[in-house]
Ligand binder design. Structure first.
Ligand code: IVH
Length: 668
């Protein structure tokens, strides 16, 4: 079975890398932590059986995600480790046995505390003054988010220390958002035409990592402090003592910690919290057990990733039973049709659920969910719950099987499902439902960022002002807007101002806003930086796009298809005529030191991450390509360079080291 194990290792690694990117880079996770942890555990298990296949770039070989380059890096004085996970009573018992064995003791006392589903941070105090706060990042290096953390009122900026208590005190905790506050925030966002956050954790993480602390201050964030980092102050000799001390200094420590003196008490704590967590008002995804005695903690120490003296027990996602009242379909921006179940309202994880997604036709078939069925739904950290299974088992039950409609519910065009795709689509580009979603996307926060362009306004602009395409937004006049419901003169003016302002949004936002299939924010930024103007992208053949690192054939084809379509070209011309900027200031810096150069990166650089290197090259006017070709100007080789360096040598392409690269960047 060895070969299939290798394949499985590769498959799991690839999948985890994808989810890492979604979670850490895009703040847009697609799986629950529990599902993610399971994948990781499977990979670890396979790797432990085949140490020869533990590759240096395996997802198991790092502590966590990577810090982005938006904020200055902070090297953690003590690493911010993550916790090993357990999912069953047996696994918890095995942890306890390991602890007893490691300590050569027959009893151990733990502090059990809810595991908060938020963003881990560290707060550094010098002589009692809050001087720096950072995210966990990859566990070794985090991001300096001091200004944003200062906006959280429960973080003390000054500690009531005694004269003798001088030096550095570093405390660690979890920033989170209460569910009620999260829902209110999302409602406000939706009204303003901004995309809602998927769950409280994303909302908290996104808010801490905003570039404008003024906006962070308006977000309802809070923090629980649960441990120490580096500390120069004299300390009690137990964790519970430390927590007491932190509390007396004004930190918000969880009042609900419990002592467990044996395995029975640990199991009892799990049962207690699994129930209680539903009434907490914030998301708790597990329970953390930590040895209380600090000297024993030190004796057990840590592996590269986890302390041996602590473990997390992960709860199952919360589920509820309800009935399907109707199954309807929703039309998305690209015409994708999503079946959705309307449900008998049921309370789950802090909110009332009325709808759940059924994803696509195959999923409805797999579940065999029908109108009238009792179903089990789950809210796994996301706001959109999903139907897990139907509780009706009679194949011949009266309710007929659900069928995908053959026509679009909005415009009655025939629906089509392309081979190899899971989704059915309405292919009518003029479909009002698609148009509405497209305009909402165009105006959304990460695209053209047009304030006041919410759902209600967009629907009326289409129905009453004849808006059919993006460029129509730029010919709207105040008189037309006065007629609209719920849009007083003042907000009409505000909307027009916001539309006017969006003309300067820049190329990256425009490309993202156009809604080209497979082109997300990241790809839009890469395109804007690499080419600098929409004309240049329009004139680039698919191969040239594909040669760019981060752009594969699927994306490249989608872009060229879009830009070669005469209607889209006309629309772009209209946007230009109406003053929408289609260049990027930073893009293809004509005068930059690497202007026009095609560069390939390989190996690990010492002074910067791969992301930073890419950005620096792009800012200097160069292009980062994924593979070495005749057009490559040079290859930058860091430590442990890969096959790209060999290929460069074979092809006679110039190979330079990190120092030379840094020197090139500096040249004017
Ligand atoms: S104690 C050595 N306690 O979970 C790590 N962590 O997977 C000691 N977390 O990075 C951490 N709630 O961000 C601890 N009550 C709690 C926690 C907690 C959430 C997070 C923390 C950590 C991650 C570990």
């Amino acid at each position: 079975m060895a070969d299939s194990d290798l394949k499985e290792i590769e498959r799991l690694s690839e999948l985890i890398r994808k989810h890492d990117h979604l979670y850490y880079v895009l703040d847009r996770p697609e799986v629950t932590d529990r599902e993610y942890d399971r994948l990781m555990d499977q990979l670890k298990e396979l790797e432990s059986r085949h140490p020869e296949w533990v590759f240096a770039d395996s997802p198991t070989q790092r502590v966590g995600g990577k810090a982005s380059d938006k904020f200055p890096p902070v090297a953690h004085r003590l690493p911010m480790l993550s916790l090993d996970n357990t999912y069953s009573e047996e696994e918890l018992a095995a942890f306890h046995q390991r602890v007893l064995k490691g300590l050569q003791a027959d009893a151990a006392e733990y502090v059990a505390e809810p595991k908060i589903d938020g963003l881990g941070v560290t707060l550094i105090y010098e002589d009692g003054k809050f001087v720096k706060g950072a995210t966990r990042g990859d566990g070794k290096t985090g991001e300096d988010v001091t200004s944003n953390l200062k906006t959280i009122r429960s973080i003390p900026l000054r500690l009531p220390l005694k004269k003798s208590e001088r030096g550095v005190l570093e405390v660690r905790g979890e920033v989170y958002m209460e569910r009620g506050a999260f829902q209110r925030l999302n409602e406000a966002r939706e009204q303003e035409g901004e995309p809602p956050f998927a769950n409280p954790r994303n909302a908290a993480a996104g808010s801490v990592r905003l570039l404008d602390p003024g906006i962070t201050a308006s977000r309802p964030l809070n923090i629980w402090i649960y441990s120490l980092g580096h500390c120069d102050l004299p300390l009690p000799d137990t964790l519970s003592g430390v927590l007491e001390k932190l509390k007396s200094l004004g930190f918000r420590t969880n009042p609900d910690t419990r002592f467990c003196r044996n395995l029975e008490e640990m199991h009892a704590a799990v049962a207690y919290w699994d129930k209680k967590r539903r009434d907490l008002g914030y998301d708790v995804d597990g329970l953390v057990f930590k040895l209380n005695d600090l000297e024993s903690q030190a004796r057990l120490g840590s592996t590269a990733k986890h302390p041996r003296w602590a473990v997390a027990y992960k709860f199952e996602a919360e589920q509820a039973e309800t009935r399907v009242l109707n199954i309807s379909v929703q039309v998305g921006r690209t015409g994708a049709i999503t079946p959705v179940a309307d449900l008998e309202p049921v309370f789950l994880s802090g909110s009332t659920v009325k709808r759940a997604t059924l994803h696509n036709e195959d999923e409805v078939k797999r579940l065999d969910a029908r109108v009238g069925d009792r179903v089990l739904i789950e809210k796994a950290g996301e706001i959109i719950p999903k139907v897990i299974r139907t509780l009706e088992t009679d194949e011949n039950r009266e309710n007929p099987k659900w069928k995908m409609p053959t026509e679009c519910p909005e415009c009655a065009s025939p629906l089509r499902r392309l081979e190899g795709e899971a989704v059915w689509r309405c292919e009518n580009f003029q479909c009002p439902a698609q148009l509405k979603e497209r305009l909402l996307h165009f105006g959304s926060r990460n695209a053209m960022d047009i304030d006041h362009l919410g759902e209600a306004v967009v629907a009326q602009l289409i129905d009453r002002c004849g808006v059919e395409k993006y460029s129509d937004l730029y010919t709207l006049e105040l008189d037309q807007l006065k007629e609209l419901d719920r849009l007083a003169e003042k907000s009409g003016e505000n909307l027009l101002q916001a539309i006017e302002k969006s003309k300067q949004a820049g190329l990256a936002r425009l490309i993202f806003g156009l809604g080209v299939r497979h082109v997300g924010q990241r790809v839009a930024q890469v395109l804007a930086r690499t080419f600098g103007s929409l004309e240049k992208i329009m004139n680039a053949p698919a191969e040239e796009l594909e040669a760019i690192d981060e752009i594969g054939p699927r994306i490249a084809n989608s872009i060229t298809d879009y830009l070669h379509n005469p209607e889209n070209r006309e629309e772009i011309a209209r946007l230009q005529e109406r003053g929408v900027v289609t260049t990027e200031e930073n893009g293809d810096a004509e005068s930059g030191p690497l202007s026009g150069k095609q560069i390939v990166l390989t190996g690990t650089l010492e002074t910067m991450t791969r992301e930073e290197a890419k950005r620096k090259i792009q800012e200097a006017g160069g292009r980062v390509m994924s593979s070495v070709s005749g057009k490559t100007d040079f290859v930058v080789a860091g430590a442990d360079p890969g096959s790209k360096a060999r290929k460069a040598e074979q092809q006679g392409v110039r190979l330079i080291g990190e120092q030379d690269f840094l020197a090139l960047l500096k040249k004017q």
